[in-house]
Design a protein around this ligand. Structure first.
Ligand SMILES: [Zn+2]
Length: 153
């Protein structure tokens, strides 16, 4: 068994006209109008912009972490207070960069779902998430009911 390489993400921009799923095919909740191509395009552009910004941010913070790890390795003679404040800073930065990475993953996941035509389907119950909810939270993968159930756990 050969695993397919996970490299599609970088080719998104070159894929003009490759979308085979119409916006109107995406699920909406009862009473909502179907997605128009323009609405979906707006949302997608917004997500793509965020992905670019998050990737840049992640690149910056990883460079900073790498620089600081380098510092720590060369400064073996630090006193303890100095070392622990550096550790704190590093942990803070790692946490920030983990948040950014998570947000980037969610953003890329939403874009992948738009590509594959599964955008708007609740990943827990399979019902429509709802257009209004997605326009407010484009990265949502759960409908309101499932989200609330998850938060109560
Ligand atoms: Zn659900």
């Amino acid at each position: 068994m050969t695993a397919a390489p996970h490299s599609a993400a970088n080719h998104g921009a070159a894929n003009h006209g490759a979308v085979t799923h119409g916006a109107a095919d995406l699920p909406v909740r009862p009473g909502e109008d179907p997605w128009s191509d323009a609405e979906l395009a707006d949302l997608r552009i917004e997500l793509e912009k965020e992905a670019v910004a998050l990737r840049a941010e992640l690149g910056d913070s990883q460079a900073q972490i790498a620089a600081r790890l380098g510092d720590a390795a060369t400064e073996a003679g630090d006193d303890e207070a100095d070392t622990s404040s550096k550790l704190f800073e590093r942990e803070h930065e790692l946490a920030l960069s983990n948040n950014t990475r998570e947000l980037l993953e969610q953003t890329e996941h939403a874009l992948a779902r738009i590509e594959s035509g599964t955008y708007g389907v609740c990943e827990s119950c399979g019902k429509p998430i709802g257009k209004a909810r997605l326009q407010a939270f484009p990265r949502a993968t759960l409908c309101v009911a499932c989200k609330q159930r998850q938060e109560r756990r």
